[in-house]
Design a binder for this molecule. Structure first.
Ligand code: TEU
Ligand code: CA
Length: 561
């Protein structure tokens, strides 16, 4: 057992734009976060991951950075940020910053220079290619935010690559000068006392030489295709991360997590095995793709516990000896977990607690997304105009406005999968705009804030909040939660996820009912003796004889020995 802070920590993600507004402009800001630090302390989290707060024209809410060493005007100043860091540290909480270095904003000084002429010293900070003789694009890759991944720049007549929006040009990691500039910037923040880095799409920084077009028999000429196989987990990504580790990370005590869509267990081992000196853990996406169809995330497809469990199980087993798991069911890019994997009606509270039990009793580091700790749900805005996310708006334009698709079908898909589900303002109380702002919120508040809010949760001893508080506190008392060996039980049960954790002479049993009906479990005899209940999400303990029946969304954790 190789103990480390980051294996025992619980992380809480803040999406600053939606957390707390302090000055009535409808946009969350740093002073707003500062005013909520005691709330975070009460919850008990160890680390706050702050989504990007750097200068940005906000084409993608801060994931398009125009100055890496300054703070976005709407969020405050560098001085506010220093105060936030000090306030967190005073409370024993560490700060993890978001590092977006696959791309910058097109308004970053480097790109302004880069686009100005072909022989500008910054030209090679980005990825430029000429078009074909008949005005064809340099290749057939599509952007993750719809349309081609290439934009023609009039000044030099060449195209630049943007895997995300056209205001997010990809940086050219092949250029050692660019890498050096990024390492310098990372050092700037680490010297200020930043404790952790979450690295945005870090597995996309190395593209296959020659940027080949996707070749598929069914692809007519001129049609776009994903291209992920040419830029995810690319040829030099491990070399770059090892260099970054040598040049920067190894010089500090810093917690790291890489966001890696499309990474397999094998890839994750390469990123996170301790002797490779790259990252500590990654966010894998297989369980997030579980309800996508062959046509992608907007083709909403039913998921089953069997499918979800087999993915999570594979990752538990795959990273048991080498590497480390991150544990998450939602974040600022995903729908709310209680709406997606639980029940956001009658069993909202029970299912939020059941899912929390899963996240905190699997082996790995749990990440809580703001509002998850009070069981916030998805939102169903009735009209497209209520949505603000560039991914949603570009997709709608491509599929409906230009593609002639059906409005109702797409709106339904947005209700199920849209990123704005996670981005509606934090629900603090039942006053106007949920206590988020005294102005007009940049994105509408979820209308259920009168029932679901922090004030209500803090007043109710049975709330989701206190359940999270207890899970986090338990982790501080029981090393088995961080380090215990995971073993799956009942591998074929349709509705129950059951497993044990074991460390030294101690063994825990976790039983989770993923359905809205009673379910019966038959456990092996040697697991029938229960020493004590560690935590459960129904108030009354079932009588001993009833132990093999789980109520809707019931979660129980027992100590067996
Ligand atoms: O996301 C990367 C990513 O590929 C997806 O999660 C994507 O956002 C989308 O949801 C796929 O449907 C990261 C950030 O987390 C996201 O907020 C940014 O928009 C994106 O990178 C670009 O920086
Ligand atoms: Ca504000």
């Amino acid at each position: 057992m190789n103990r480390a802070f980051w294996k025992e920590a619980v992380v809480y993600q803040i999406y600053p734009r939606s957390y707390q507004d302090s000055n009535g402009d409808g946009i969350g800001d740093l002073r707003g976060i500062i005013s909520r630090l005691d709330y975070l302390k009460k919850l008990g989290v160890d680390v706050v991951w702050l989504s990007p707060v750097y200068k940005s024209p906000n084409d993608d809410n801060g994931y398009d950075i125009s100055d890496y060493e300054d703070i976005m005007d709407e969020f405050g100043t560098l001085q506010d940020w220093e105060e936030l860091l000090a306030g967190l540290h005073e409370r024993g909480i560490k700060l993890m910053m978001d590092l977006v270095i696959n791309h910058s904003s097109d308004e970053h000084a480097w790109f302004v220079e880069s686009r100005s002429s072909k022989d500008n010293p910054y030209r090679d900070y980005y990825i430029w290619r000429p078009g074909g003789p008949d005005g064809e694009l340099p290749n057939n890759w599509s952007s993750i935010f719809s349309g081609p991944a290439w934009e023609l720049d009039e000044a030099t007549g060449e195209y630049y690559l943007h895997l995300f929006s056209r205001k997010q040009p990809d940086l050219n990691w092949e250029n050692p000068k660019l890498r050096e500039a990024l390492y310098k910037m990372m050092t700037f923040w680490l010297d200020k006392g930043v404790d952790g880095l979450r690295m945005d799409v870090i597995n996309m920084i190395s593209k296959v030489d020659g940027l080949p077009s996707v070749k598929r028999d069914d692809l007519e000429p001129g049609r776009l295709a994903g291209g992920g196989e040419y830029y995810m987990n690319g040829p030099r990504v491990h070399e770059y991360l090892q260099e970054m580790n040598r040049e920067v990370l190894s010089k500090y005590e810093v917690m790291t997590v890489g966001e890696t869509p499309g990474a397999s267990v094998g890839d994750a081992i390469l990123y996170t095995a301790e002797d490779r000196k790259e990252l500590q853990m990654v966010f894998q996406f297989e369980h997030m793709d579980i309800d996508a169809g062959p046509g992608g995330k907007w083709e909403v497809t039913p998921w089953s516990l069997k499918g979800l469990r087999s993915i999570l199980h594979k990752w538990q087993v795959g990273l048991a000896e080498q590497g480390w798991n991150s544990l998450y069911l939602n974040n600022h890019d995903q729908p709310r977990m209680v709406s997606r994997f639980g029940h956001d009606g009658e069993y909202r509270v029970q299912s939020a607690k059941m899912l929390a039990t899963l996240l905190h009793t699997l082996k790995g580091t749990p990440y809580i997304y703001q509002g998850e700790e009070i069981g916030m749900t998805n939102v169903k805005f009735p009209v497209l105009e209520d949505y603000k996310d560039i991914e949603i708006l570009n997709m709608y334009r491509e599929k409906v406005t230009e593609g002639g698709g059906d409005h109702d079908t797409i709106l339904k898909a947005i209700h199920a999968k849209g990123r704005d589900n996670a981005r509606t303002p934090m629900q603090w109380d039942d006053s106007a705009n949920a206590g988020f702002t005294e102005g007009t919120p940049w994105l509408k508040v979820n209308p259920n804030y009168k029932d679901i809010n922090v004030e209500q949760a803090l007043a109710d001893p049975d709330s989701v909040f206190y359940y999270y508080q207890k899970l986090i506190a338990l982790r501080k008392e029981h090393l088995i939660m961080s380090y215990g060996k995971y073993e799956l039980l009942l591998p074929d049960h349709e509705y129950i996820y059951a497993y044990t954790r074991a460390l030294d002479n101690e063994k825990w049993l976790v039983l989770l009912n993923f359905s809205d009906a009673r379910q019966t479990v038959q456990l092996p005899d040697e697991l029938a003796s229960v020493r004590e209940t560690i935590i459960s999400n129904y108030r009354d303990e079932p009588a001993a004889v009833e132990r093999d029946t789980l109520r809707p969304y019931e979660a129980r954790v027992y100590r067996l020995s």
